[in-house]
Design a protein around this ligand. Structure first.
Ligand SMILES: O=C(O)CCC(=O)C(=O)O
Ligand SMILES: [Fe+2]
Length: 268
């Protein structure tokens, strides 16, 4: 049976608050595009409906025992150390990240996250906002949708992303901590300007940054390649749970083997 656009929209409407966020309305898409171009991020509170959040909390709680946990020391540039610089140089200074992760293949086919991720309406919306022609899933079976778990004292250290944009959905908020903090346009990769002085000042606690306060169900679209960001250590006994929806602007792309081993502990 062919499912028509109206039926698809109806099924997405039980997951996403389409009354508040008309994803196929070009004026709305442009408004979000202007906001990501000007501020580096788009934040849409109450994007997910309450019922969907409840379901996602339940399924991610059940899945938490399958998460791969890693604690890593890495530089803010997420690159291996460069011997050309001393060990206390901004390029080689270490921050710590610790979190659990479940991968796309561990998420049920009928999960709201998969319905959302695969929906043309949602995908075209994201493509319109980030100015991509079309967006594609990862061709490996691990990287498209990930769920991150941060329990007490776990955190993500300051870093720049490799990908040009990220889509996240907060599923469960920690009682304290677990805050997303960032400084917009902190480096300029296009001009190979790494801002070593700024990174040193930030790691020495000398700079101010923005704090993104959000509740479960919030969609964040973030340009993290040039905007440095972190998630502060979680405090309290409620795990911070966040879904990351990752797309590519080209088909048939897999996440690199090094990244898959680092983040998932396996290749497939
Ligand atoms: O947990 C978050 O809110 C951000 C995650 C993040 O920065 C990343 O996965 O690179
Ligand atoms: Fe990031």
């Amino acid at each position: 049976m062919k499912i028509n656009t109206t039926e698809r929209k109806l099924s997405l409407n039980s997951i996403v608050n389409l009354d508040k966020y008309p994803l196929d309305n070009s004026a709305f898409v442009n408004q979000c595009k202007n906001s990501i171009d000007a501020d580096g991020c788009v934040v849409l509170p109450n994007f997910l409906r309450e019922d969907s959040i409840e379901k996602l909390i339940q399924e991610s709680d059940l899945n938490q025992c399958n998460a791969f946990y890693c604690e890593q020391k890495h530089s803010v540039y997420i690159s291996p150390p460069d011997k050309k610089f001393p060990s206390d140089h901004a390029f080689n200074r270490h921050v710590v990240s610790s979190k659990g992760c479940i991968t796309d293949d561990q998420i049920e086919e009928n999960s709201d996250l998969k319905i959302l991720y695969r929906s043309d309406l949602f995908r075209n919306f994201i493509a319109g906002v980030v100015g991509a022609g079309r967006l594609y899933e990862y061709s490996d079976n691990l990287s498209s949708i990930n769920i991150h778990y941060a329990s007490e004292s776990e955190e993500l250290g300051w870093h720049f992303d490799n990908s040009s944009f990220a889509v996240t959905l907060l599923i469960q908020k920690s009682k304290k901590g677990g805050e997303f903090q960032y400084i917009r346009n902190f480096r300029d990769t296009d001009n190979n300007e790494m801002n070593f002085d700024g990174v040193n000042q930030l790691l020495d606690g000398e700079l101010k940054y923005d704090n993104l306060v959000m509740d479960p169900g919030t969609l964040v679209l973030f340009r993290g390649r040039n905007s440095i960001h972190r998630v502060t250590p979680v405090e309290g006994d409620l795990t911070r749970i966040l879904a990351v929806l990752a797309y590519n602007s080209e088909p048939n792309i897999s996440l690199s083997e090094t990244s898959r081993m680092t983040f998932y502990g396996r290749l497939d």
